[in-house]
Design a protein around this ligand. Structure first.
Ligand code: BJW
Length: 234
């Protein structure tokens, strides 16, 4: 199976990677649907990652992001990030809001769910700021309009940024092979990119610890840790 995946990715002219939280799990970042850590184990990430959660308790949500930002500041790219970054011809579409692909050296990274290292005005007045991940800000007011400031990420029920989404769709529609890594493939519209690539004729290679929502689309499915498998197939 490893050989089959490697041959598919070698023979493809245009390869796109599509990743989720499992790609960064071996760097010490929690996934969404698996075990959580410490005090955050009692909260549901699905609730915290929503505007309803922010409305209900903005301090709680911002504290959760501050914790994740500090974890990210201490994290390092793992062998899977480095193997992906080593293929300069590959476009990386990721649901991850961390910056580990870029820190591994990947140049073409499309982050469809936003980024942890940036804040923005909740009212979208135009205020945006790159923050220090080692000293994440507490809940604060927008210096331009007085509304609250929040992480520049896409919560449940929010639209994905149109330009970023268009780039992701184009990359997936035009690729010959899509390497899907560490995603449960249940969150839409992002998960729909796998079917889009398949419908346009791409081969689908999946790397995951366990079967996912995209298993039925796979030409090759490799079950195991991304940090072991991805360096062997790229
Ligand atoms: C390993 C591993 C290792 C572990 N090696 N593998 C169609 C049908 C049904 C519902 C919807 C639909 N379309 C839209 C919806 C609603 C909703 C949705 O999809 N809900 C589903 C849960 C049912 N979608 C939305 O709300 C989206 N917006 C939207 O649709 O807007 C419409 C709109 C249009 C116009 C105007 C207004 C609105 C937005 C979705 C935003 C998702 N945001 C989050 C949070 C981002 C910020 C943050 O990080 O805090 O994105 S939620 C969370 O899920 C995060 C992730 O990017 C995303 C995907 O999760 P992912 O990456 O797959 O992680 P896990 O934990 O689920 O899976 C990890 C996997 O890794 C597992 O499979 C493990 O086995 C594996 N793994 N270790 C390899 N070492």
């Amino acid at each position: 199976m490893i050989g089959a995946a490697r041959r598919l990715l070698e023979s493809a002219e245009r390869v796109v990677s599509f990743s989720g939280a499992g790609l960064s799990a071996e760097s010490g970042l929690s996934t969404f649907r698996d075990a959580k850590e410490g005090i955050w184990a009692q909260y549901d990430p699905m609730t915290l990652a929503s505007h309803e959660g922010f409305e209900a308790d903005a301090n709680l949500v911002i504290d959760w992001y501050a914790w994740r930002r500090r974890v990210l500041a201490d994290a390092e790219p793992n062998p899977a990030h480095r193997a992906l970054a080593g293929r300069s011809d590959v476009v990386h579409v990721t649901q991850n809001v961390d910056n580990l692909l870029a820190r591994a050296g990947a140049e073409r990274v499309i982050q469809v769910h936003g980024r942890l290292d940036t804040d923005r005005c909740d009212a979208r007045c135009g205020f945006e700021e790159v923050i220090d991940l080692t000293e994440p800000p507490a809940l604060r007011e927008c210096p331009r309009c007085g509304e609250r400031v929040r992480p520049d990420v896409v919560w449940f029920g929010e639209a994905l940024p149109a330009d970023v989404w268009a780039s992701a769709e184009r990359a997936c529609a035009e690729c010959d092979a899509l390497l899907v890594i560490g995603t449960s493939a249940v969150v839409y519209p992002a998960a729909g990119l796998i079917g889009l690539a398949k419908a346009h004729g791409a081969s689908i290679v999946i790397v995951n610890l366990e079967p996912s929502g995209a298993s039925g689309l796979a030409d090759v499915e490799l079950l195991g840790p991304a940090g072991d498998i991805v360096p062997q197939i790229l």
